[in-house]
Design a protein. Structure first.
Length: 478
């Protein structure tokens, strides 16, 4: 079994200051596939010192130098595609084909988008006689989750490097193997020592040390709202910038003129994708009350056609959820749906009948859900769909907005203008119209307790820049 007992700090793979290890568990087998070292506050301080030393020189590198570095990272990343897909599948349970076709390309797409932004980005702007300069914010702490590991690492590391920042990355200790390969990719690309550092560890130890460290200028965190609050509190004493991409409970409004077969099928599949482990998954499906039975039949059909099984099988649609604690929490929420009176249409408690080990969850559909129920309020992070009936368009919008979250949302209508009108009324950072996919050039992020700040494209890049006014830079025109 592989042992990954080193951290990447100051251009070297070094042993931690304390000898603590953690098994990385394959959720399909419930067996260890590797061990990693767990870091401490001392390891974080070592990495921060390296990043601080490197910042002076790296922040002054040219656009061309950073473009060359990012291009070298892209080339090395492409050479490791198979290794990355294997790591993701084994550490968090994604079907191998899904890991290769969706997870790995997601990270590569962000790196390529960062290169595109950096090529043409204007760091300086003049307003009268004042120069507005955009400069790297400094040393950044990056804390990333397990559900889309490469997506979240690349959409933070890429823009941070492009901006001229140095960094300390703490990937999720649940799914750290792809991050270790990413560090090898960074090293192969020839990054200067100290610019990129990786310390494995848990949130209460390494995450807390990063968030509270006085020499870290910014923390970019992706994870649960609960953990995001802890990060913000830990960061408050040093008044550092905190960027958060947190939870969601995304509404999917199917209007009465929509193509129901297409809309319900698409929405249900999107809810179940990645075993339901996406913060922007459309988990609340809002349908006209008069057509709820039609929606139920379509959603049930999709659920029962979804193949849950071995991530290495070509016939598998979704694999297990990431670990035992997530499995148990999803079971508790399914039970809450039953207890609170939602109608269980398919799926439910326990593993699929043909599986006796692994953290596999049955694709589950609840109907007759109302927005006071636990399954409509809390982020489940599993393949569980709630169907909520509504009477009018105005009520659908009210239900959609009745949540502490505001990450993403979905609207489907045969009338594009109607869909656009409804989208304008949704209190969320993103709205997908008529099944449209996301765009890596557009900002990704949410309202309310779904976080603050934005990732992706130019918008994510600018999160890593400070703005400086230099007055009297040149004589104002007469």
């Amino acid at each position: 079994m592989p042992k990954h007992h080193h951290f990447y700090i100051d251009g070297q793979w070094i042993r931690p200051t304390e000898e603590r290890q953690l098994d990385v568990i394959n959720p399909a087998t419930e067996e260890p596939v590797a061990t990693i070292a767990l870091g401490s506050a001392a390891d974080v301080s070592h990495a921060v010192r390296a990043a601080r030393r490197a910042f002076t020189a790296f922040s002054r590198t040219s656009r061309e130098d950073r473009l060359a570095l990012l291009s070298a990272i892209v080339q090395a990343y492409q050479r490791r595609t198979d290794d990355l897909a294997e790591a993701i599948s084994s550490e968090m349970g994604a079907p191998l084909a899904f890991a290769r076709e969706r997870h790995v390309p997601a990270g590569l797409g962000h790196l390529n988008r960062t290169i595109e932004v950096l090529r043409s980005y204007s760091f300086d702007e003049r307003i009268g006689s004042t120069l507005i300069a955009r400069e790297p914010i400094g040393v950044v702490g990056l804390i990333t989750p397990w559900n889309w590991p490469l997506n979240q690492i690349a959409c933070k590391v890429g823009p941070a490097l492009a901006a001229g920042c140095t960094m300390v990355l703490k990937p999720s200790e649940v799914a750290p193997l792809s991050a270790l390969i990413f560090a090898e990719i960074i090293e192969e690309a020839g990054i200067p020592p100290g610019v990129f550092n990786l310390v494995n560890g848990d949130g209460p130890t390494v995450g807390q040390a990063i968030a509270s460290h006085p020499d870290i200028d910014m923390v970019s965190f992706t994870g649960s709202t609960r953990a995001g609050i802890l990060v913000a509190k830990a960061a408050a004493d040093t008044v550092k910038r905190v960027h958060q991409e947190l939870g969601g409970k995304s509404p999917n409004i199917i209007l009465d003129d929509a193509d129901f077969t297409a809309a319900i099928t698409h929405g249900t599949r999107a809810c179940f994708a990645n075993s339901g482990q996406s913060c922007n998954a459309p988990t609340r499906m809002l349908v006209p009350a008069s057509r709820q039975n039609e929606a139920i039949a379509l959603a049930r059909s999709v659920a029962e056609e979804t193949v849950v099984g071995d991530p290495r099988s070509s016939s598998t649609t979704i694999g297990p959820v990431v670990n035992k604690s997530q499995f148990e929490r999803i079971q508790e929420l399914i039970q809450a749906g039953i207890n609170e009176g939602a109608t269980l249409e398919t799926g439910g408690l326990g593993r699929p009948a043909d599986l006796n080990r692994g953290y596999y969850v049955q694709p589950t559909v609840f109907a007759n859900v109302n927005n006071t129920m636990t399954i409509a309020r809390e982020e489940i992070f599993g393949p569980v769909l709630s169907i909520l009936p509504y009477e009018t368009e105005a009520q659908a919008i009210e239900i959609a907005n009745d949540t502490v979250y505001g990450l993403s949302s979905y609207v489907t209508s045969a009338d594009p203008e109607r869909a656009r009108r409804v989208a304008r009324q949704i209190r969320a950072g993103m709205v997908h119209l008529n099944g449209s996919r996301g765009d890596s050039a557009a900002p990704f992020g949410g309202y309310k307790q779904s976080g603050n700040g934005r990732e992706w494209g130019k918008f994510g890049f600018e999160e890593f820049l400070e703005i400086k006014s230099i007055f009297g830079y040149e004589t104002a025109p007469a």
